[in-house]
Design a protein around this ligand. Structure first.
Ligand code: SF4
Length: 180
């Protein structure tokens, strides 16, 4: 896979994944009263993901590893030595933003990226990962060089608008972060 430099540290992957979809995206605050429930769901999905991988003879070699742009939930090594990053999601369904976020965690040295829920591990094609990282670079360029344009370039996408609190945008519906 071609190496593409990492996106800037300025935006974590959890925000950048939606800035790629809409540069005017502004993350809605996470509702405090749901934090515990979210943590429990995420922990359960993590356990299920580890169990599935161990059953397929993977070894767990990384857990909540810090990166420049966020945190890799899980890293596994296959029997042949290949390395897989798993981005764990607490929800039932995998969204476009989930896939983009997972792709942003890829770096040279890793062979595969999957988005994992309690039910499944979705393997991202290398071409998707490359496209995302190119899109991240372009989005970052716009955000840095033309912030006024980026702040008003509204490009609605269901995976972004549901989590967006940009009050200047007519498409904004989220008062707080909502996982659908
Ligand atoms: S609500 Fe508006 S600013 Fe927010 S992601 Fe959607 S289109 Fe972009």
């Amino acid at each position: 896979m071609t190496s593409i430099s990492s996106p800037s540290k300025k935006y974590p992957a959890s925000v950048m994944c939606r800035k790629i979809l809409c540069s005017a995206f502004e993350a809605a605050p996470f509702p405090e009263k749901k934090r515990q429930l979210f943590a429990e769901k995420h922990a359960y999905a993590t356990i299920r993901t580890i169990k599935r991988h161990l059953e397929e003879s993977y070894q767990l070699i990384g857990l909540e590893t810090r990166t420049e742009t966020g945190r890799r939930d899980l890293i596994f090594a296959g029997q042949d030595g290949h390395k897989r990053i798993s981005e764990v999601k607490s929800g039932h369904q995998i969204t476009e933003a989930d896939k983009i976020q997972a792709a942003l965690y890829w770096e040279p040295g890793y062979d595969e990226v999957v988005v994992s829920t309690r039910f499944e591990d979705l393997l991202l094609p290398p071409t998707f990962i490359c496209k995302v990282r190119v899109a991240a670079r372009l989005a970052m360029e716009l955000l840095i060089t033309q912030p006024e344009v980026a702040a008003t370039k509204f490009t609605p996408h269901p995976a972004a608008c549901s989590y967006c609190a940009n009050k200047k945008c007519a498409f904004s519906v989220a008062e707080t972060y909502v996982r659908r």
